[in-house]
Design a protein around this ligand. Structure first.
Ligand SMILES: O=C(CO)[C@@H](O)[C@H](O)[C@H](O)[C@H](O)COP(=O)(O)O
Ligand SMILES: [Zn+2]
Length: 207
């Protein structure tokens, strides 16, 4: 059977790829640099709220759809397991991982309740809830934020575009100044990793 040699140059594909790669890396860089201009204050508040939550016995919960669901479980794992150093385990949960809860709640109540039911049953006053959403408009996140606020949970939005509905609801909106979903998600995971690194260093030094 004939096989293609994928290493053979194809000038049309190569030049198309050159242009696209440069364009995407440049737009990623612009979005990441904009964090220094627009989001320093919000990221500092995120670091402070998280430390205060952990120091008073609370936990941090993450939620999001699609790529942001992946970010939620990625970040929870860094806290419970380890990031760079072997500091103490830190209490974090992704509300995106229990398929039995998610499918039962979606099936019995509706998809928009998949996080709300978990917040109402698992979150306590003093906990932090991080909603990761590029639009800020996903109904399942909005419902969960509303439930969290009635329970004394500190709500944070890692958002994009104009912040959407969640931008006006959360206690701390961190809105990445971009419109492209993928570029916003790349900034979100940088902010998440930054928080992990900050907590690593803090708890390695202080406990
Ligand atoms: O990862 C991506 C796009 O990069 C998608 O899976 C994306 O997360 C999904 O379309 C989500 O449903 C978008 O939701 P949201 O960010 O608007 O809350
Ligand atoms: Zn994606």
């Amino acid at each position: 059977m004939d096989t293609y040699d994928v290493t053979l140059h194809d000038s049309a594909i190569d030049s198309e790829a050159d242009t696209k790669i440069e364009e995407i890396i440049q737009s990623h860089t612009n979005v990441i640099e904009s964090l220094l201009l627009f989001n320093m204050h919000g990221i500092k508040e995120l670091c402070r709220a998280t430390l205060k939550c952990f120091n008073s016995g609370g936990k941090i919960c993450f939620m999001g759809n699609g790529g942001s669901a992946a970010d939620s479980q990625h970040l929870a794992a860094e806290f419970v397991g380890r990031f760079k150093t072997n500091r103490k385990p830190l209490p974090a949960m992704a509300l995106t991982t229990d398929t039995s809860i998610i499918t039962a709640v979606a099936n019995d109540f509706g998809y928009e309740y998949i996080f709300e039911r978990q917040v109402s049953s698992l979150c306590n006053p003093g906990d932090v809830l991080v909603a990761i959403s590029t639009s800020g408009n996903s109904p399942c996140l909005v419902k969960a934020i509303e439930a969290a606020k009635t329970r004394g949970v500190f709500t944070i939005g890692l958002l994009g575009k104009d912040g959407g509905v969640a931008g006006n609801l959360v206690d701390l909106p961190i809105i990445v100044a971009a419109n492209d979903t993928a570029r916003i998600q790349e900034a979100h995971i940088l902010i998440g990793h930054l928080l992990c690194e900050f907590c690593d260093e803090h708890y390695t030094l202080h406990y």
